[in-house]
Design a binder for this molecule. Structure first.
Ligand code: B12
Ligand code: SF4
Length: 483
C-alpha cells in the first residue's frame, strides 16, 4: 500500500496544543479562551486550496494529550501541524512523541513563534520532521501539495521551510518576501471552532457576559521595537491592514451566525492609523450592535475625540502595555513613549466612558527593588480599571533573549518554565525570584484590593459583579500563584 492509501482522506489536522492545565494553574477561570487565529487562518487557506483540513483546539476542549491522540487516530490524517509558543513547548514535545508512536506515518510539522525563533534547536530536540517559519498562511498549503506529490524531492522549492536532511544536516530555505494582502485572505475557518467553548477574560466580562466570544484581527505586525517583544521576528516591523469593510463584514457574520457581541481585536496596536480606526468605528456605529470590544492601543494619538468615537462604536476596554514605572526604564526597554503620553491616553479613555486594562512587567535585568516599587507606585497613580503585573521572561526571538544569552545568564531547562503565571520567575537582574513573586502579589493587592478601588468597582460594575467577579479574584490573588 502506498503512503496516501493508508490514511483517511484528511490531509492535515491543525492542533492548538493542550496548555491550560500546565500554564494557568489557579488562574484558569480568569483566563480568556480565544479561538487560535493562526490555526483558523491556516485552516481556511488550506480549505481554499482544496485540501481537507480539521482543527483540534485542545485548549478550548480541555483535552489532555491522550485525548488529542484518540481524536487524531480516528481522523488518521496524512499530516499534523502544531502551533508553538515558548512555554507551550513541553506540551508540544510530549504530543509529538505520542503522535509518532500512535501514527508513525503521519508527517509532523511545527509553526508559530517558538519554532520560528529556534528552528534548528527545535528540530533536533523534538520528534518533528518539518518547521515552517514565519507566516504560514500561504506556505502551508504549498508545502502539503508539494509533499503529497513529490515527498522529500521538492523541499528546496518551499520558502520558509526548515528540516534536517538524511545526513543529519540542518537545512533552511529563505523566508518568502512578499506577504499576502490581508483582504485577499479568507476569514478564519469559524465553522471549525466549537464556538461555545470560547470565553473572554474574566475582567472583560465584568458587569456583563464572557460569551459568545470571538478573537479577530484587523492588522498584522507592529512598527515599534520593544526589547522584550517577539512580534517583529515574524512581522519584521511592518504592519499590514485589512480594510474597514472587510473587518466589519466579518463582525457582521459573527453577530448574525453566532450572536457574538464580545470581541478581542487582537492587533498589537489597533490605533496606529487614525483614519482607519475612524472608518471602522463609523461602520460599526451604523450597525448599532451594542458590542463589548477590547483592543490594545499605543498611547500616541489616542485623544478624547477618538476615544469617544470608539465608545460609540462598541469599544469598552482599551489595553495599554505600560510595562514600567520610570521614564528611564521605559527608555531602557525601548518602549518609545513617555509617561506623560500614557497618562493622557488613560484620561482620554476614561473621559470617553471606556475602561482601561494596563499591563506591567517586573523583573527586567535593570530592575532593582526601587524601580519595581516605582512601577507599582505608577500603577497606583494611573489607577486602571484592571491592572495585570507579569514577570519578565526572555522569549526566544526577542532582543532581550539575545542579550541574556550573551551575558550567560542561566535560563530554565524546561520550556514550560518560560511562562509567567505560575512557578518560579526567571532571575535576570538584581531582584531575587522569591522577591519578584511577592512584589507581584503586593502589586495586585495594592492596586486593586483597596477601598478606593472597591468603591470604583461597585459603582461601575454593580454589586452582583462584586460578589461574582471581584471576590473570587481577591481570594486567588491572596492565596498565591501555586500550580
Ligand atoms: C492572541 C495571543 C495569545 C492568545 C492566544 C494564542 C493562540 N493560541 O492563538 C493567548 C492569550 C492564549 C496567548 C497566551 C500567551 N502568549 Co501570546 N500572543 C497572542 C498574540 C497577541 C496574537 C497571536 C495571533 O493570533 N496572531 C495572529 C495570527 C494570524 O498569527 P499566529 O498565531 O502567529 O499564526 C501565524 C504564524 O505564527 C504561523 N503559525 C502559527 N502556528 C502555526 C502552526 C503551523 C503548523 C504552521 C505551519 C504555521 C503556524 O502561521 C500563522 C499564520 O500566518 C501574539 C502577538 C502577535 N502579534 O502575534 C502573542 C504571542 C504569540 N504570545 C506570546 C506569549 C509569550 C504568550 C504567553 C507566554 C504570555 C503569557 N502571558 O504567559 C502565553 C503562552 C500560552 C501559555 N498559556 O503559556 C509571544 C510568543 C513569544 C514566543 N517566543 O513564544 C507573542 C509573540 C507576544 C509577544 N509580544 O512576544 N497569546
Ligand atoms: S510590545 Fe507592543 S508596541 Fe512594543 S513591539 Fe511589541 S507589539 Fe509593538
Amino acid at each position: 500500500m502506498d503512503r496516501q492509501k493508508q490514511h483517511n482522506s484528511t490531509d492535515i489536522v491543525l492542533i492548538n496544543p493542550p496548555i491550560r492545565r500546565l500554564s494557568y494553574g489557579r488562574f484558569d477561570y480568569f483566563a480568556s479562551i480565544g479561538q487560535p487565529l493562526g490555526i483558523g487562518l491556516l485552516a481556511s487557506n488550506c480549505i481554499k486550496e482544496n485540501l481537507k483540513c480539521e482543527i483540534i483546539d485542545a485548549d478550548a476542549e480541555y483535552l489532555d494529550h491522550d485525548e488529542v491522540i484518540e481524536k487524531l487516530v480516528t481522523l488518521n490524517p496524512k499530516m499534523v501541524g502544531i502551533s508553538t509558543m515558548t512555554p507551550t513547548m513541553t506540551s508540544v514535545g510530549l504530543l509529538l512523541s505520542k503522535i509518532k508512536s500512535a501514527l508513525p506515518d503521519t508527517i509532523r510539522i511545527l509553526g508559530g513563534f517558538h519554532a520560528t525563533a529556534l528552528p534548528e534547536k527545535t528540530l533536533k530536540e523534538e520528534d518533528v520532521q518539518f518547521i515552517i517559519r514565519g507566516e504560514g498562511i500561504e506556505i502551508l498549503p504549498m508545502f502539503i501539495k508539494s509533499y503529497l506529490k513529490y515527498a522529500n524531492n521538492n523541499l528546496f522549492e518551499i520558502p520558509n521551510l526548515s528540516w534536517i536532511d538524511s545526513n543529519g544536516h540542518y537545512c533552511e530555505n529563505p523566508i518568502k518576501k512578499d506577504a499576502p494582502e490581508l483582504d485577499d485572505l479568507p476569514w478564519a475557518a469559524w465553522d471549525k471552532f466549537k464556538m461555545d467553548n470560547y470565553r473572554a477574560y474574566q475582567w472583560h466580562g465584568w458587569g456583563t457576559t464572557r460569551k459568545p466570544y470571538a478573537v479577530i484581527y484587523s492588522s498584522l505586525g507592529c512598527p515599534y521595537n520593544c526589547r522584550f517583544c517577539a512580534v517583529n521576528m515574524v512581522y519584521q516591523r511592518k504592519i499590514r491592514f485589512r480594510s474597514p469593510e472587510n473587518i466589519v463584514s466579518e463582525i457582521d457574520y459573527l453577530v448574525k451566525n453566532y450572536g457574538v457581541k464580545t470581541y478581542w481585536i487582537k492587533d498589537d496596536t489597533f490605533n496606529i492609523n487614525r483614519k482607519r480606526v475612524i472608518d471602522i468605528c463609523n461602520l460599526l456605529i451604523e450597525r448599532n450592535y451594542n458590542l463589548n470590544i477590547y483592543c490594545y492601543c499605543r498611547s500616541e494619538g489616542l485623544d478624547v475625540e477618538l476615544a469617544k468615537l470608539m465608545y460609540k462604536a462598541g469599544f469598552r476596554w482599551i489595553a495599554f502595555g505600560v510595562e514600567v514605572g520610570t521614564q528611564e526604564m521605559l527608555d531602557q526597554i525601548k518602549k518609545d513613549t513617555t509617561q506623560e503620553k500614557i497618562e493622557k491616553a488613560f484620561k482620554a479613555v476614561h473621559d470617553a466612558g471606556m475602561f482601561v486594562a494596563a499591563n506591567y512587567l517586573l523583573g527586567f535585568e535593570e530592575d532593582t527593588e526601587d524601580s519595581c516599587q516605582k512601577t507599582i507606585q505608577f500603577a497606583k497613580y494611573l489607577n486602571a480599571d484592571y491592572s495585570w503585573f507579569g514577570l519578565v521572561v526572555p522569549y526566544p526571538g526577542t532582543e532581550l533573549y539575545n542579550d541574556i544569552i550573551k551575558k550567560n545568564i542561566v535560563l530554565p531547562e524546561k520550556w514550560e518554565n518560560f511562562g509567567h503565571y505560575v512557578g518560579s520567575p526567571i532571575k535576570l537582574g538584581n531582584v531575587h525570584s522569591e522577591r519578584l513573586m511577592s512584589l507581584r502579589q503586593k502589586a495586585h493587592i495594592q492596586t486593586q484590593f483597596n477601598i478606593r478601588y472597591i468603591y470604583q468597582f461597585v459603582k461601575t460594575f454593580g454589586v452582583k459583579s462584586f460578589f461574582k467577579d471581584y471576590l473570587p479574584r481577591l481570594w486567588i490573588t491572596c492565596t498565591g500563584y501555586k500550580k
